[in-house]
Design a protein around this ligand. Structure first.
Ligand code: SF4
Length: 255
């Protein structure tokens, strides 16, 4: 009989950082450990958040784009009490409202947050169609201000953004810090940074997750009606947002 010795190299990733639930929460110190999260599966990062930080106010945001639908679905399956905040600017496509309702109907705890300034008041103060003349000011009122109110409710903010969505997102760390209006810190967690658009669609289709029907009609990224056009894959995933302008982000990811 010939005995063969077979050597296996087993790559075991070190455990993710432990957090003492009895110690004061320090989002800045935790965010410094972002390197330990590189290469981890999104599900493992989410599990770490819920296990290590579940005693805190943990919540997600989703605009119910493809990746936001994945986040909503994963969280609904395993942590259904976790709120999924979504901002309704009052200028969304009906299809965007439909998909968020579909996720809520499946059990996702969707919390809709609206701007404090309604469209009529905005027009009275800033003139009609502010989005055409000063989209940064419009986003500040209708997206960034509501996002600040969401941050006031959270200690840990989970977002679905991916690095391959746009050059502005290419260096997104898994863990970072967002700031409330008073300068205090919220831990921002981006478990899907390494996912590609293909990974995202594979999950949506494999799990039969509801997604925005406009994605089948040439839209690659969907925001407000006045600032979104179909781009049909040309010019990058977010090329249909604020078409013809240098603007590529609404500003919530700069908080
Ligand atoms: S995306 Fe356009 S309409 Fe929506 S808040 Fe920003 S500027 Fe206003």
């Amino acid at each position: 009989m010939v005995w063969r010795t077979v050597c296996y190299t087993v790559s075991v990733m070190p455990p993710l950082p432990a957090v003492d639930p009895t110690a004061p929460f320090d989002p800045v110190a935790i965010a410094r450990q972002t390197g330990a999260f590189e290469g981890r599966a999104a599900e493992a990062i989410l599990a770490w958040v819920m296990d290590a930080l579940g005693h805190l106010r943990v919540g997600c945001t989703s605009a119910f784009g493809p990746e936001g639908c994945v986040l909503a679905d994963l969280v609904r399956r395993r942590w259904p009490d976790t709120p999924i905040y979504t901002i309704d600017t009052g200028l969304l496509f009906e299809a965007s409202v439909e998909v968020r309702r579909a996720h809520a109907a499946r059990g996702a705890r969707v919390v809709v947050v609206e701007p404090l300034v309604d469209l009529r008041t905005q027009a009275g103060t800033h003139g009609p169609a502010l989005w055409d003349r000063d989209p940064d000011a419009c986003c500040a009122l209708r997206k960034v201000a509501p996002m600040r109110r969401i941050l006031d409710r959270l200690d840990v903010w989970i977002t679905a953004i991916r690095r391959d969505q746009a050059p502005t997102r290419a260096n997104t760390p898994v863990l970072s810090v967002a700031r409330r209006a008073d300068g205090s810190a919220v831990l921002k967690v981006a478990p899907f940074v390494r996912w590609t658009r293909k990974d995202t669609w594979r999950y949506l289709l494999d799990h039969q997750v509801p997604y925005n029907r406009l994605l089948d009609e040439g839209y690659d990224s969907i925001g407000c009606r006045p600032c979104t056009v179909p781009s049909a894959g040309a010019g990058g995933e977010r090329a249909g947002r604020w078409r013809g302008r240098a603007k590529t982000e609404c500003g919530i990811h700069n908080l």
